[in-house]
Design a protein around this ligand. Structure first.
Ligand code: ADP
Ligand code: ZN
Ligand code: ZN
Length: 688
């Protein structure tokens, strides 16, 4: 259309957000009104993109002559609702990202991929295509009757039902039956005709919960519709779940962190299980906390939210202490089982040759003889963390990172750097001195598996870690074997520690936990404590007399002492006191600026400039409540030939920090352009 022809039409000026690194929104026009929240196909530079209309304007901001028309309004779905846009706006503002970089990635990929609409084979777009393929619903599962609730469980369910919109911290020891509380609370909401968003931290936990939900969320009249969402699903399946939630056909959406962004018109309750889990924090792109967004969303929708954990995040615990969240306690295990006995095994004298102390080996033997399962937990995958030359002391460094390359055994042995991902074959001889005497140093899951299989040759040993579960469906299969009782000794990383309800597990052995004691990250003790309580909590869920043995060279360390006492509250309150004294979160709010360059010097130079500007800006306004620290190298400085550094900004006032960050970010964008650097600015970082 020529411009004179176009002039005959009335033009509707629209603001559109796009998933591009430039700050939007962008101006476009159309010859008819377009509702806010509509998805539109537009040209951007030479590309076609799908964007979302966020407003209609009287006049464009951009030069009218240059504003381009929208190519197509996508009408396969009703416009996205205002609450959904509002949540995106909040997240964009809070986490300092362009709105388009928040909203578009929150949609299932086909809904934002132009090729899904424009190609010859697009056939009306992905939604139309999906609707033509009839979905086979899941097979019905027999209903399972609800157990009689304990008094504490019943009180928790009643509290959640009574106070809407309430914020609840369901603090219940491992095995206390938190799931039962979620189910009953969900049932109340479902019976009132509303939807439930049920979040779990890990993909691997969805099958267990999905089955539990299907068994329980049905009555004589109907089985409620349960849909699952996580990044392991095929695109079509994920789109189907999203549509079911969006169109109100799904009663329950069970999913990982990404599901927090799913529009749900009848939403009546949000549950965040294992709310302390760091997997709720996205570590790239929009670095959001799904737990925090869930709380915000529930508040906005005026519905209850339940955060559940045996080891609540200290942020959540502080909220409960301050009365912002109502604390619901489950102090007893549901099946009248005692918590497992946790003991420390002092290995200072012994230095066990294969990593397992005599005491642990004996305990394994006894449990196996008793037909119980054993879990050996070590947070290190691979065969050995480093390969060493016996004659000259050469160590297997990664050439691109300041880290060792890990030895893995396979058809061919290989070294792999867990930071840049690079793999290479193990040389026959030392690259320095030519001696063939190369030896693995230390141990990971693979080496333990090998040793345990030799030691207990009749036992069925299984390893679950990122390597053994890489293939699609592998994790589900392996966990299935464990649950079916086909495994005697399970060796695993933190993947096995979360949420699973193992039936015959009588012993947990913990190796190498000490490494976490010396982290410079102030959250390391909190994370270690939570992780050990979680893994210990896998034991003795269905039988008495379970035991947890933690090998350590620091048996007097306060984290271990609190663990043995199984006293989360004492631990949490002591930690909070310390954090308060040092003005650390949750008593202050942080943002972390990170950059990388060929040299550390370049990285630090960028951060120095960023700091200089920040300090000037703050001084000019006389703001004293924001502290800007000195730039420092990251703990692992070099990754994939890039050297990294960071700069921390901290304030006791969240509002002050939130007022400062947009101004700083704008300046950082200019500085980055000038100095040809890239950076990430992370709000509420979880590891520093
Ligand atoms: P948590 O999530 O708190 O660690 P779960 O919800 O997995 O604990 O519950 C532990 C076990 O106790 C499960 O096998 C569950 O079926 C069972 N359970 C929960 N509540 C009850 C109850 N009221 N009576 C009997 N068994 C229960
Ligand atoms: Zn050598
Ligand atoms: Zn590397």
């Amino acid at each position: 259309m020529t411009s004179s022809q176009a002039a005959k039409h009335k033009k509707y000026w629209l603001q559109v957000v796009l998933d591009v690194p430039l700050r939007g929104p962008f101006d476009y026009w159309h010859d008819a009104a377009v509702a806010t929240g509509s998805r539109v196909l537009v040209s951007f530079g030479r590309r076609k993109l799908i964007g979302i209309v966020t407003a209609t304007l009287e006049q464009p901001f951009y030069d009218q002559e240059k504003v381009r028309p929208i190519e197509q309004v996508l009408e396969d779905l009703p416009p996205l609702p205002a609450e959904w846009l509002a949540m995106g706006e909040f997240a964009a503002r809070y986490y300092q990202r362009p709105l388009g970089e928040v909203l578009l990635p929150a949609l299932p990929p086909p809904l934002r991929t132009p090729a899904a609409y424009t190609g010859k084979r697009s056939a009306g777009g992905p939604v139309a295509r999906l609707r033509r393929r009839s979905a086979k619903g899941p097979d019905a599962v027999p209903a399972v009757a609800a157990p009689e609730l304990s008094a504490e469980q019943a009180a928790a369910v009643a509290a959640i039902g009574a106070e809407s919109p309430g914020r609840f911290l369901l603090y219940g020891v491992t095995g206390s039956g938190k799931t039962e509380v979620y189910l009953q609370a969900a049932l109340q909401v479902l019976q009132a005709g509303q939807q439930v968003l049920f979040m779990v931290p890990e993909i691997n936990l969805t099958p267990q919960f999905e089955l539990g939900l299907r068994q329980r969320l049905q009555d004589d009249q109907q089985a409620y519709a349960i849909h699952v969402m996580h990044s392991g699903l095929a695109q079509g399946a994920r789109l189907r779940s999203w549509l079911a939630a969006y169109e109100g056909e799904a009663d329950v959406l069970l999913g990982t962190r990404m599901s927090v962004f799913t529009p749900m018109p009848r939403l009546g309750l949000i549950i965040v299980d294992e709310e302390h889990d760091t997997s709720y924090k996205q570590q790239e792109g929009l670095r959001y906390s799904a737990r925090d967004l869930a709380v915000w969303r529930a508040h906005q929708a005026q519905i209850p939210v339940v955060l559940g954990s045996a080891t609540p995040a200290l942020e959540s615990w502080a909220h409960a202490q301050q009365g912002n969240y109502q604390c619901l306690r489950l102090t007893q295990r549901a099946r009248a089982m005692a918590l497992p006995d946790i003991q420390l095994v002092d290995i200072r004298q012994e230095t066990p040759p294969h990593g397992l102390s005599a005491r642990l080996l004996r305990a394994i033997e006894e449990r196996l003889a008793n037909n119980e399962q054993v879990l050996i937990f070590i947070n290190r995958r691979g065969y050995a963390p480093v390969l060493r030359c016996g004659s000259c002391g050469w160590l297997s460094h990664c050439s691109r990172c300041s880290a060792y390359a890990v030895l893995h055994k396979g058809l061919r042995h290989y070294l792999q750097c867990h930071h840049c991902g690079e793999q290479w074959r193990v040389e026959r001889a030392c690259p320095e001195c030519g001696d063939p005497d190369l030896r693995p140093l230390g141990r990971g899951t693979q080496r333990l598996e090998e040793f345990l299989q030799q030691q207990f040759s009749h036992a069925r040993v299984l390893r679950i870690d990122a390597d053994s579960t890489r293939r699609k469906g592998a994790a589900e299969k392996l966990f299935g074997q464990v649950h079916a009782g086909e495994v005697d000794i399970l060796v695993g990383t933190q993947m096995v520690s979360k949420g699973h309800d193992f039936k015959r597990l009588g012993l947990v052995g913990v190796l190498n936990a000490d490494a976490a004691l010396f982290s410079q990250d102030f959250r390391a003790p909190e994370r270690l404590f939570a992780q050990l309580v979680q893994v210990a909590g896998r034991a003795g869920r269905h039988q008495e007399g379970a035991e947890v043995l933690v090998q350590t060279e620091y048996p007097d360390h306060p984290v271990y002492q609190a663990l043995v006492a199984q006293d989360y509250e004492r631990f949490a309150n002591a930690e909070l006191k310390e954090r308060e004294a040092l003005l650390l979160p949750p008593y202050s709010y942080q943002a972390l600026l990170t950059t990388e360059a060929q040299t550390l010097k370049q990285s630090l130079a960028f951060l120095q400039q960023a700091r200089h500007w920040a300090v000037q800006w703050l001084q000019a306004r006389g703001w004293e409540q924001i502290q800007v620290y000195d730039p420092v190298p990251l703990h692992i400085v070099r990754v994939a030939d890039r050297e990294r550094a960071q700069l921390l900004v901290e304030s006791p006032s969240r509002a002050a920090l939130q007022r400062f960050l947009p101004a700083w970010d704008e300046m950082l964008a200019q500085l980055a352009q000038k100095m040809r650097r890239t950076y990430t600015l992370e709000v509420d970082p979880l590891s520093i």
